[in-house]
Design a protein around this ligand. Sequence first.
Ligand code: GLA
Length: 385
Amino acid sequence: MQNKYLAMTPPMGWNSWNTFTWNINEELICGAADALCASGLKDKGYEYVVIDDCWSLKQRDENGRLVADPEKFPNGMKAVADYVHSKGLKFGMYSCCGTHTCAGYPGSFEHEFVDAETFASWGVDYLKYDNCYKPKHIDGEILYKRMSLALRNCGRDIVLSACNWGTEDVHSWIQGSGAQLFRSTGDIQDNWQSVKNLFLSQLDKTAYSGPFCHNDIDMLIVGMHGSSNNEFIGALGACSDLEYRTHFALWAIMGSPLMIGCDVRKMSAATLETLGNEDLIRINQDIECRGPYCIRQWNNPENVMALVKPLSDGSLAICFVNLSETRSEMSLQFWDLGIPYAANMGLEFYNCYTKENEGKFAERYVAQIEPHDTMVFIAKPAKLK
Ligand code: GLA
């Protein structure tokens, strides 16, 4: 049953948590599915519609099964899954490896196999699996292996999105668990500081991601503009559109899953442009799923850097980022990318924001970057003469 191409590249889709947290229902989830289609984002690769925490009743039924809250989901979960599938999308849900979910609903601890069966019977394609109320005496590794085994044997292809927030050195054992993605960070907030911190926290972990097992830096806040109903997520104000674009570029080149967190039924043109940038999506979805390496600007190494990701067609995806508060220079020496001075080779630069071919460059590419901004290129080695 297991599809060998399940989540080969980072999953893309939408998740209810960042904007709506507890306030979810059938109308919202079906509306999000409609909006992914109508906006064109589905055609660009966003395929999972995921219901996060707060979907169930507080008690299991008499057979020990999870029950969807009939007030929020009056037609049951199967009906929601069927609707999402009828749109050509895939359906995701949420549970937790502990006794309760983070919001206090029943968790899957010691119910892993029966819950996997329930999810399969509803038509679930993706399970986000959280880390709250985990019994202290059991390693997380055991519990993620359990749910992975349960899903791999439930009779349906279901992606396991492990969400242990980077604890217990998850990057070192998650491959072996069979999960397809692993949350490596605490929860994102809708502000620039959070984007910067989460990105920097994973710069030394880029080698631990790859096809079928992706480092999840958390769901996107692009386009939220302070709309979360949750105080923690909304703390410290929102980002500017430029900062959201930077956030998206960093997540894309880092190979993080691209799970939209804003209200997709109400996106501005700027939000849609950022989320729909096909060149950035192509960089994120490159079939080899290599993590980028980082070249720092010599005179401002903490704030200004280039991320370089080898793509399967021989070109390099390059993202310049300026994390500082002032306009700064990034000077990328091609020597550092593996191009010797005497080789008569340069790089042909294509700009992923302006969509312009900038021509051939020899030895280096130098750019001024605005505060909190990025420049993203696809650079192809080319003979100079
Ligand atoms: C944790 C996760 C979040 C979200 C909430 C739900 O905090 O990290 O992404 O799923 O739980 O309660």
